[in-house]
Design a protein around this ligand. Sequence first.
Ligand code: ATP
Ligand code: MG
Length: 453
Amino acid sequence: MSVLEQDTMEQDTLLTQVVSDRDSLAEVIEATALRATDPFSHKVTRTYLPREAAELIGCSPSYVNTLAKELDLDVSRDSSNRYRSYSLSNLRAIREEAARRVADTPEKRQRYLPHRSADEDLAIMAFVNFKGGSAKTTTSVHFAQYAALRGYRVLFLDLDPQGSASTIFGYQPVLIEENQSINAALRYENPLSIREVIQKTYFEGIDICLGGQWMTEWEQDTPRVMTNAHHYSAAMQERVPELQAELNTPGLTEDRIDEIEQELAQWQHVEDTGYAALHYYQRLRHVLDEVKDDYDIVVCDTQPALHFASQATIGASNHLLLTIQPEWLDIKSMHQYLTALGVHLETLENSVHFVGESAKYTGRTMHYLITRYESNDAAMNSIVEMMRDRLDNVLDHPMPKSAAVSQAGLSNSTIYESQGKDFNRGTFNRGLDAMNAANREIEEIVLKGWGRI
Ligand SMILES: Nc1ncnc2c1ncn2[C@@H]1O[C@H](COP(=O)(O)OP(=O)(O)OP(=O)(O)O)[C@@H](O)[C@H]1O
Ligand SMILES: [Mg+2]
């Protein structure tokens, strides 16, 4: 066999495999398409026993039962018909009723219904880091669900082209259409209103803007639009006054006036999109302005990079959560991240000069959240000690490596939507307690930002 024949055969084999694997995957994706476009049909949240419901709402189990009865709520019961359990929708109704009954005392009302007041800023939380696999998605989705269970109105933004968080919320990233993804609101050409992009999730209290492949478009569009604007700016400065002068010339035909107006509109479009791309790091913030009154907390999951979308997320956020697994390679990677972040934050601060005061942020914070921590690992403990010694704002509660979290993750799910009975009881309770403790501390960052504590 000649070398050429051998090459052709090898290529054929490779090509055959690629085509065959692609087609097999297409079949699988098609078969799950219905599930993927309708997460409500296959994702359900669990219900909560009176004791759990009472803990979440902040009252006694008997008060929960009383209010449910008085509101005549449709409540689930176990097979013996003895034990009630409450859905997320039940929890919301009970919360609202409890708050209504103490409407005269704002502090008590706020305990049941913690929505922010007009003088408290929308809390935009970004879970960030360079390092892939540092638990940004796991932690951000768990925090969003915890916050919703506590009664906050949450908007989740999946800003990662991998679309992992969208997957946990029941979508298949490859099947997300462009106009369903957050890119549709961020893009420079024909952006949609963010209201058209936001979707309800099966987890009541959380709305979502999906991520996925379309986010890579924004990464590519931003420098392209910026470069276009630079490229055309000299031509624009020359051409626009010429057109305006011609427009003022008497005796122009209707057709010519139309032509000139169309060309002027095109130049205006280049200028507007170019300006928007130049200020890309402000774009998410402006986009969110439209819906800020509908939410208390925005949770952003980002890609493991500091590209345009992550920079725009940082530009929008008032609280950064750096998730870090306590290992040396991760620490070194985080050092690189802090270097890049420092440069980006300087740009943001300088932008106040030309964007104006709106670029200013007050009360911005950054905290480190230790993730996938193993308390019996001596090397990890020495890194945690070093972090606490050297860095500001390392959260007290690390998120331990938990078999319950990874088991839930295997079915694209979280510990908050899992039933304890599907797990080893001790493992589940330990995982849940640790997750609650870490999330409570993150909630405190929000509450401090609002000046409540
Ligand atoms: N506390 C935990 N206990 C056990 N497993 C965990 C824990 N946190 C995260 N994991 C697992 O670690 C893996 C990586 O987590 P995750 O996808 O959240 O990281 P990421 O930072 O979002 O990754 P990427 O950078 O690719 O976006 C997942 O399989 C997840 O289930
Ligand atoms: Mg992720």
